[in-house]
Write a protein that binds this ligand. Structure first.
Ligand SMILES: Cc1cc2nc3c(=O)[nH]c(=O)nc-3n(C[C@H](O)[C@H](O)[C@H](O)COP(=O)(O)OP(=O)(O)OC[C@H]3O[C@@H](n4cnc5c(N)ncnc54)[C@H](O)[C@@H]3O)c2cc1C
Length: 595
């Protein structure tokens, strides 16, 4: 590995900082982790990570990165009694997303491997591995007070720190400083003081409040490794139960949109009584209680957009929750921190020049995937206030259909889990084989109408739905044919006057086109690159038509999926999920185009 500098300093030694340090150790002669806590020698909670006392689940992608960075890590964890779901047996999980309960029987093929260590054990195991790296040292019990710069303020040269015991300030010089001090990071303030301004913030207020209770139980009354009942429209409450190592387990209940969570264990059980599985509540009543009920509040999802800053000093990176902290119920934070560590490694492999800009841009692409999942899921709840752009409404409508399919189809359930555990990108749900199953599952799902209202009525509805769907498919087909024949006017005539079309990605054609004038502009830009669209499959469900296609433009070909929403025989919304990297190559990047 090529050395990029003498000394890298990482501020904060929680998951984000530890994983950054692991990667930096390959590229710098020395790495120092500065941490305000005196770190426990065993798997214990500590003050600087108060969330460690609450329910934590690391996603399968996070675990696979840990295994990559620390070979043998998975075996080590399972050797310490950590529960592992690796056989796809759906009866051992109980997940409910948006009111749709994932199938509870059968085997999900190609399911992700889910490991369930408690947070203190996970962090301690990673810390032990990082401590064993010869060129990494820990400066514990030290508070970071500020950053140091060159006289022209163009480069960060280290950090000012103060030992908690000695109470005097010292400096740590470095070629690279990485801020991993979590959600409370002061880098925005430091940057403002240095004249760079603060990063813009994307924020969605969720007013999440949790209550968790750690327990010990040797009973096997609960077979499930993990129970996660996420909030659903009309019920912004959640329930979680995880079996951790050494017969420990954790119960969690939570609320969103500002409601108060219960404060005592007995109230937690009452609170969940009408939606949580009774056998789990019974098991909790019989379990040994470890410590008290722990509470925590998370006001919002917050993403600090360092990737969008016009000016940045050299020699400074920010990772983990300090950049983006998510609504934690989706369990993404540690995995995103792990993904960022791999991005950092890839950026350092390419060289040391312009590292901050390259890192922030590359990591933003990864963060965006998790951000859209969290914010999209939160905004699927009417109780959460916030703008719901058309692209989100379409993807939420699609996720709703996929979730319905996960109730009955183990293949869709397995693929859905691979996406939610961040092993696969969301686009994998748009593969024709999955789309077909999603469409079929809508019919297999039991009709919600009461029996006396009659078979007759539901059959009638289905028939009408099918007829309409077929008409919608015909109309959509005509649109593709017109576009293929170069008759843009005919293609446009199928759209409502206020129709919107969103093209995913950061390419020059990415974005939302509103009204026929802008749609015409999109078609023209596609035509300029001799874009040809070969349709593969048309799948209709009510007002929605999904079309899988193969798009050729600028000499390249890639699969794409287009989703159309139709009303009264006109397309009112469309969304294209294409190969965004190819689009950037062929049409150019939006950022470059914007200058
Ligand atoms: C209630 C809750 C539940 C969560 N559940 C999950 C989950 O299930 N799955 C998941 O993946 N993620 C979860 N997360 C998120 C997860 O905890 C974080 O994403 C993860 O810890 C990575 O964060 P980090 O290392 O960037 O920051 P943090 O974990 O916040 O660590 C910051 C570190 O910096 C140190 N520090 C701070 N300021 C200073 C200073 N001035 N000087 C020196 N040191 C300093 C702190 O002591 C600490 O060690 C949850 C978060 C919360 C709040």
């Amino acid at each position: 590995m090529k050395i990029r500098g003498d000394h890298a300093v990482v501020l904060g030694a929680s998951m984000g900082g530890l994983l950054a340090a692991r990667v930096l150790a390959d590229f710098y002669e020395r790495v120092t982790l500065v941490e305000r806590d005196t770190l426990p020698t065993g798997p214990e909670n500590r003050r600087g990570v108060p969330q460690g006392r609450l329910i934590h689940v690391i996603q399968a992608r996070g675990i696979s990165i840990l295994e990559e960075l620390f070979p043998g890590f998975v075996a080590e964890l399972t050797g310490m009694g950590v529960e592992c779901w690796d056989d796809g047996d759906l009866s051992k999980l109980h997940l409910s997303v948006g009111g749709h309960q994932l199938l509870r029987s059968g085997i999900a093929p190609d399911a992700p491997v889910v490991l369930l260590p408690s947070r203190p054990l996970l962090e301690w195991s990673v810390r032990q591995r990082v401590k064993a790296i010869p060129n990494v040292t820990f400066l514990e019990g030290h508070d970071v007070l500020g950053l140091m710069t060159t006289p022209d303020l163009a480069r960060i040269t280290g950090a000012r720190v103060a030992g908690r015991a000695e109470d005097h300030e010292t400096t740590v010089t470095a070629d690279l400083v990485v801020d991993a001090t979590g959600r409370g990071s002061r880098t925005p303030v430091f940057l403002e003081q240095l004249g760079y301004g603060r990063p813009a913030e994307d924020e969605l207020v969720v007013q999440l409040a949790y209550a968790c209770q750690l327990l010990r139980s040797t009973s096997n009354a609960v077979r499930e490794h993990l129970i996660a009942l996420f909030p659903e429209p009309g019920r912004p409450k959640m329930f979680g139960f995880v079996r951790y190592e050494n017969d420990t387990c954790m119960l969690a209940v939570g609320t969103m949109a500002g409601a108060e969570p219960p404060s005592r264990l007995v109230d937690m059980l009452d609170y969940a009584a009408d939606f949580a599985p009774p056998h789990v509540l019974d098991a909790v009543r019989d379990a040994e209680i470890i410590g008290g009920v722990v509470h925590h509040r998370v006001p919002s999802n917050r993403w600090r957009r360092y990737d969008k800053m016009r000016r940045l000093p050299d020699g400074l990176l920010v990772v983990g929750d300090a950049v983006c902290s998510f609504n934690p119920i989706y369990g993404q934070g540690m995995t995103v921190a792990a993904i960022e560590a791999t991005v950092l490694r890839d950026c350092l492999r390419q060289g040391g020049d312009g590292l901050p800009r390259r890192f922030f841009r590359a990591s933003a692409k990864k963060i965006r995937v998790a951000w859209q999942t969290a914010v999209g899921s939160d905004l699927a709840l009417p109780e959460v206030a916030g703008p719901r752009p058309i692209s989100m409404r379409i993807s939420n409508a699609f996720v709703e259909r996929v979730s319905i399919a996960t109730e009955v189809d183990p293949v869709v359930a397995g693929q859905f889990m691979r996406v939610t555990t961040m092993v696969d990108p969301p686009g994998r749900l748009l593969r024709p084989s999955i789309l077909l199953r999603v469409m079929r599952a809508q019919r297999r799902r039991p009709a919600p109408t009461p029996p006396e209202a009659g078979r007759h009525r539901s059959e009638e509805t289905e028939e009408r739905g099918t007829q309409l769907s077929n008409q919608n498919i015909e109309l959509t087909k005509r649109g593709y044919e017109a576009f293929g024949a170069g008759d843009l006017e005919a293609a446009l005539s199928l759209f409502d006057d206020s129709a919107e079309w969103t093209v995913n990605g950061e390419s020059a054609i990415g974005g939302t086109y509103r009204g026929k004038t802008e749609l015409a502009e999109l078609f023209m830009r596609l035509a300029e690159k001799s874009t040809q669209v070969e349709t593969k499959q048309f799948l209709a469900d009510g007002n929605f038509v999904m079309v899988t296609t193969e798009v050729t433009a600028g000499g390249e070909t890639a699969p794409e999926a287009d989703v159309f929403e139709l009303r009264d025989g006109k397309v009112v919304r469309a969304h294209s999920f294409g190969d965004t990297a190819m689009q950037e190559r062929v049409f150019g990047s939006k950022r470059v185009a914007a200058g």
